[in-house]
Ligand binder design. Sequence first.
Ligand code: FIX
Ligand code: ZN
Length: 412
Amino acid sequence: MYYGRRPQQGVYNGGVPTTLRASDIPAAVDEILTTTPFVDIHTHLFPPSFGRLALSGIDELLTYHYLEAELFRFSDVRPDQYWALTTPQRADLVWKTLFVENSPVSEATRGVIAVLTAFGLDPAARSLVGFRRFFVAQDSTAHIRRVFELAGVSEVVMTNDPLDPEEAPLWESGAIPGEGFRPSLRIDRLLNEGTWTAKDARQLLETWSRRIKPVYMAVSLPDSFAFPETNARTVLLREAVLPLCRDLGIPLSLMIGVRRQVNPDLRSAGDASGRADLRALEALCGEFPANRFLVSVLSRENQHELCVYARKFSNLLPFGCWWFLNNPSIVEEITRERIEMLGTSFIPQHSDARVLEQLIYKWRNTRRTLAPILANAYRTLARDGRVVMRDEIRRDVERLFRGNFAAFSSQL
Ligand code: FIX
Ligand code: ZN
């Protein structure tokens, strides 16, 4: 499998060689990361046509489950008391506790500060009234365009669950994602919860694939996931999901290592991670060579193995530093290892954004973390004696954040 376009030797920009001195590399990398629009291959975002599923604004930013998990560490409020509050009341409590009474130094709290700053709002304000007034005043289409521009993103891939009682009727009544939003088919309920037969599952997936034209199918799997297993999930994967993905020419995205609801009182904030046995990938990639697998693993301890498996199976494309891994110190570690082991044949990040404006800080943080890592990779290459060209860096960044996914999903 070959990712993206085959490079030409001695790339020229308008016929002019763009050779870089080692000292020019960091600025070139910065400029190229900033000016290359990324494709965000995994989010939980919805466009306005999906009504209240489309989350945006200060109350949604503050009641993000990453912040709720931190709130319960600082506040004496019990979860049942918190859930009894309205969303604005919850947001007020999160703001007071994590941003006024304590310093917002965590990754998730700093993210909110970065969003407010991006819109010229005062992040030191004690009340949320001004922020609420600002977000309510935004025209949704213009606001989405502005957020995409600020985040340096051209398209986001949604998470669409055909068995979600709130979302499914919207598609059935003709809701259309519109510009910038690409559908994917999320099959956790089908694979992990149901008692579907392969025939019925295939039928459901065919109907929904025709309806929403997903760029991939996706499932999150526990740390105990194994393949093959003597259970319905293995049968459905073998007889329904993978054959249909192959027929449709789309990848299956496997997000492995989540321990759902280790503390149910915290709701979405109650999930955890666990180290998985990745031999399941060995079996899947080996048994289904004609299928393509996008893979993200939640445990830090699984990252190296994932790189090793990607070196063994070209139908496996590692992507993202998922969820609890999306912290600069860990993103740095994972990305350096991936460059050293896979070159540019992986997808460094996805945002997992649930609230529209989160795109701004999640992608700014990614660019900020990756710039020195990429610059260092090219400077090391130059030190080893190979001239580095600006256009090659641009080609590589496009490949990392657009081309690899486009080639693998062959729908973009
Ligand atoms: O399974 C997933 O797609 C996870 O990303 C979510 O379940 C999780 O709640 C999340 O938002 C992580 O960032
Ligand atoms: Zn997600």
